[in-house]
Structure formats: structure tokens, C-alpha cells
Design a protein around this ligand. Structure first.
Ligand code: SF4
Ligand code: SF4
Length: 177
């Protein structure tokens, strides 16, 4: 039997045909992430946004993904049922080229965290139309991935506190014994 570490991959399957644009997912997401929790709701703070075309009865949920420091050079353009959508309309990135997926007051990037700490993502729970379905699977963690995760962790610590501060903390730990 393999003794490799396992990781759980969570996926939210989006069934666009079932979404009716009610925006309950936006409401609960923004309320859950309000400070203090549930003290307010504002869809602009939601990590899921619904691209709405009510006249065509078309609603597309889009989740907030990674933050990017610079806008990309390649763009996507979608045509659905003959209507052409804006470039970047369905992009998940929090990017300098547009206002989506940014905290409205501070401008800080927003990213879906799968409602960390909750048993089930709240947007999935609140979607009464089964347009959002949670799927989970287990995968073996490759050694390389563990290393990458460690590197990413170190990188973000270095960004936040500075490399000198981290080296000082490490040497204090080493001298503890
Ligand atoms: S709660 Fe479900 S049906 Fe309503 S907008 Fe969100 S994804 Fe669509
Ligand atoms: S999973 Fe949670 S954080 Fe992500 S969009 Fe849904 S409600 Fe928001």
C-alpha cells in the first residue's frame, strides 16, 4: 500500500443551464466573508459573481481565482447564443485591468477559499437550483508538490516579513537548544 500523503481536491461543478440568476450565492458569500461574519452583505465583496443576461435567460457563475500583478497579454472572447461578451468577462483573475474580484473599499484581491472551516461551501448550500455541485476526490501528494508548497509558503512569508526577519527567526530557533 502506498504511504504517500494524500490531498483532497475540491471542485465545484457549475451547471450554467440550471442557474436562474437569483444571486443567493453572491449574498451568502459576501455575508460569510464580512467582518464581523454575517454583519453585512454586498455582492461586490463576493468571491462568486453571476454574469447576467436576463433578456436571454443566461446566467453564468464565475469564481474568483488567483491575484495577478499585471494584466495578461492574451485575451479570450466568448460568443454564446450569438452574443459576443466583453473580453475578460469570464476570467477568474483579480487583475489590475478591471474592478471584479476586488474588495470595494481597500482594493485588495478577493479569492474563493471554498469557505474554509465550513463543511460545505456556502454558495453550494444556498443554491436551491443545483447549479453548483461540490465534488471531492483524493489524490496522492507528489514530493515535488510538497516542495513547491513549501517554497510558496516561504515566498509569501518573505514578502510579508522580509527575508532578514525570517533568517533571524530561524537562527533564533537553531540557537534554542
Ligand atoms: S444561487 Fe445558484 S441559481 Fe442562484 S445565481 Fe447562484 S448559482 Fe445561480
Ligand atoms: S465557496 Fe465559499 S468563498 Fe468560494 S465563492 Fe462559494 S461561498 Fe464564496
Amino acid at each position: 500500500m502506498s504511504d504517500k500523503e494524500k490531498k483532497i481536491i475540491k471542485t465545484i461543478r457549475i451547471d450554467v443551464d440550471k442557474c436562474n440568476g437569483c444571486r443567493a450565492c453572491e449574498m451568502i458569500c459576501s455575508a460569510f466573508h464580512a467582518a464581523p461574519k454575517y454583519s453585512s452583505n454586498n455582492p461586490a465583496r463576493s468571491r462568486i459573481r453571476i454574469i447576467r443576461e436576463p433578456l436571454r435567460d443566461l446566467y453564468v457563475p464565475v469564481y474568483a481565482g488567483e491575484y495577478t500583478v499585471a494584466e495578461c497579454a492574451g485575451r479570450d472572447k466568448y460568443t454564446i447564443d450569438g452574443k459576443e461578451y466583453d473580453e475578460c468577462a469570464f476570467c477568474r483573475a483579480s487583475c489590475p485591468s478591471r474592478d471584479e474580484f476586488k474588495e470595494p473599499d481597500s482594493g485588495l484581491p478577493l479569492k474563493c477559499d471554498m469557505c474554509e472551516g465550513e463543511e460545505e461551501p456556502l454558495c453550494v448550500k444556498w443554491c436551491m437550483h443545483d447549479a453548483l455541485i461540490l465534488e471531492e476526490r483524493e489524490e496522492e501528494l507528489e514530493e515535488q508538490e510538497e516542495l513547491e508548497e513549501l517554497e510558496i509558503g516561504l515566498e509569501s512569508l518573505a514578502d510579508k516579513y522580509g527575508m532578514d526577519e525570517i533568517m533571524d527567526a530561524l537562527s533564533r530557533l537553531n540557537n534554542k537548544d
